[in-house]
Write a protein that binds this ligand. Sequence first.
Ligand code: HEM
Length: 502
Amino acid sequence: MFFAALVITITAAAAALMLTTIIRRLSNYKVPGSPLGKLSRWHYEYIAASGQMAHHALRSSKGYPGPIQQIQPTSFSLTHPRDIRQLLGTPSAFKSPYYGILKFTSTNSLLSTTDAQRAGQMRRVFNPYFSNAYLLRMEPLILAQGIGKLMHRWDRAIEQEGGEVNFCDAFNLAAFSIISNLVFGREISEEGEEMRTVRWMADATTYISLRAVLRLLPDWLFGLFRKLPQEQRHYMRMRGYVERAVEHRRTQGEKKSDLLQALVDCMQPPLSLTPEDVLAEAFLLLIGGIDPTAYTLTWTLHLLMLYPEHLGKAQSEVRSLFPSQNHRRVLGYAEIKGKLPFLDACILESMRLVPVPCVQIPRTCPAGLRLRESGAEVPPGCTAFANIWGSHHAEAHWAEPSRFDPMRFVDNPRLKHAVFAFGHGTRLCMGKGLAMMNMTVILANILRTYNLALPPGYTFRGPSITDKQGVPRLMPMTQLLTAKPRRPDRDCRLIIAKHTQD
Ligand code: HEM
């Protein structure tokens, strides 16, 4: 009797506690949001781990329920560009512990650290190597390794293979060559070797991305997915590549003046980085430097191919300013910077439509952060996600958001401040200048030199070329940490021919 009463009392108490928690959570913070998300953090973790973050961010911005939404019991998502700028521009809104999933090795890098002091120190170490002056000095190397080698291969493909090329592979290879020479002072020399390295790199980033999103799941579930033999093997190869570069630099007598040397020098006081710390930073430069640049280029060229009117316009712009009497001369950044407004707009519009490396950028909120647009005060210690994908597609901010329309930036240059593909504020991407230089130079030279056509039997869209709104459909995408084409072997092919008349 006594035990029965005890069990009933405990059960009733537990039920009452659960009910109060549910009611408290649902009525918590008077902002819109899905009840599931308000009740439990697992709903959103599942969305992230299943690669649906972009889809979810998009869905949450459709119909625009307002500038702020609750996505977890203590997490909010911000969609208005002004609120995003305010959040990312607030120095005391530190990176949230979510960044822990972005550890490339066993220690934190600049990207994953939530320690603002350590981040400040590392940014000061990196800064001189991303300055305009340094990049201009290194331009001959960047051009030779990137567009120079790419055009050499494409010219050969015209002569030997009927002009069929894969632009996704070409951009990965170009980005890899530039970073391995600029950062590590190393060449990937033989032709066969180059393509194999690029495949290892793609597998390594898949492994890192999967490991990152699976870390959102409970440990036991992560354990089940841990075995990805090929991806893991290739991750280890790339790790070996970075380790050997660091080790070689540490042990060789001669000092160089590059990023790797700057990192190796940090092993001395005052920073006293451990070898694992140096490895983590070097790995960040490799992966952060290659993946986003190569895939932003891939999406931009894909979009230009889907919209022939914009392709034609971009080609005319570069060809009329820089006639191609001498095909062998590669256009450099100093020559074209600021002179190709339409091409600049195409790159920006592509980064708006597909902001490759970021869906949501999370920050831990400090006390007293009142958002100007929503008027909400996010409770201190809670996570606020800058919903980049959602903001870039919100109908409240963009006319026909799913359409690739570079003219929107030509007509209204101020709109560029609402594009956050490189982040914003104190933790803005360090490689923005290098990436813009690479992307502009590569695209301008391709558009000037080659005529581009889709190969026969180019079928990713199946029977319907456009979506319900009449907008050309993008090739299928895999969205883990970065947005990549799902079938680059099928969907990133082009037939190229040399352009001969201006
Ligand atoms: C189109 C190309 C690129 C895009 C779209 C891009 C985008 C981003 C984004 C969104 C972040 C994170 C911002 C945040 O978490 O708040 C970031 C961070 C970073 N990126 Fe990039 N990135 C690109 C190319 C590069 C390149 C070429 C490098 C250098 C080799 C680079 C180095 C870094 C570094 C070091 C950070 C960490 C900065 C910090 O946490 O303070 N990125 N990038």
